[in-house]
Design a protein around this ligand. Sequence first.
Ligand code: 5RP
Length: 253
Amino acid sequence: MINSPRIGIFPENDPERTVTVRNHKVAGNPKKLAGERAAELAGDGMTVGLGTGSTAFYAIQKLGERVREGLLIRGVPTSEQSRIQAESEGIPLIDFAQTTRIDLTIDGADEIDPAFILIKGGGGALFREKLVATASLREIIVADESKLKDRLGGFPLPVEVVPFGWQYVRLKLEALGCRARLRRRENRPFVTDNGNHILDCAFGVIEDPAELERRIAAICGVVESGLFIGLAHRIVIGKADGTLEERVNPRLR
Ligand code: 5RP
């Protein structure tokens, strides 16, 4: 059980816009700590975007617990994996097509830079995650400390591409300065929930994420890149010592 103070968790008037909360009960599992904390932000009547990955897993688990205790929410899964988990937790779900507004989305990230720019897509769900994030009033990113980076690019940037002619798209991506590899699972090309492939693009340090995102988006055959710019409102970082750090994006308040 989480045992941290509720007051002042997101101090809107804190000049640093960051706060550390002590929590001794779940030390040892930073992802669980972050996911469960974020799940506390859901309230009655909300439509909640359900992210994908091992950190979002704990948020969904906690939301399920809260639903069984009476919380009234509707979930919008960002992947089949999240849909299956949410259904098994008994969280009422709606299809993204049934709503134009999501109150809160909780999702993970592969890298987070100081400007709240993210690399996502390690789990292959980046397109739905980005669409749901775009429709969300608040996007809360949950992660452990290992995801915080001074600069993005250590994690190869996932780019979802249509299967037809992916080899040509790879050449165009590599012309932007990366080594692009087709993601594979069990000796076959990985197939996303949308029936597409993923090219993992090792750019090294990404100097200008916005420019790179523009250039990638301009390539015919690209569905979406895993660069998330201007979408993360808050990040919740679970730490190995059992503390939480929460940061509010000053540009999206
Ligand atoms: C899936 C994602 C995940 O959120 C990201 O890979 C982080 O996953 P995890 O919480 O397991 O480290 O973008 O497409």
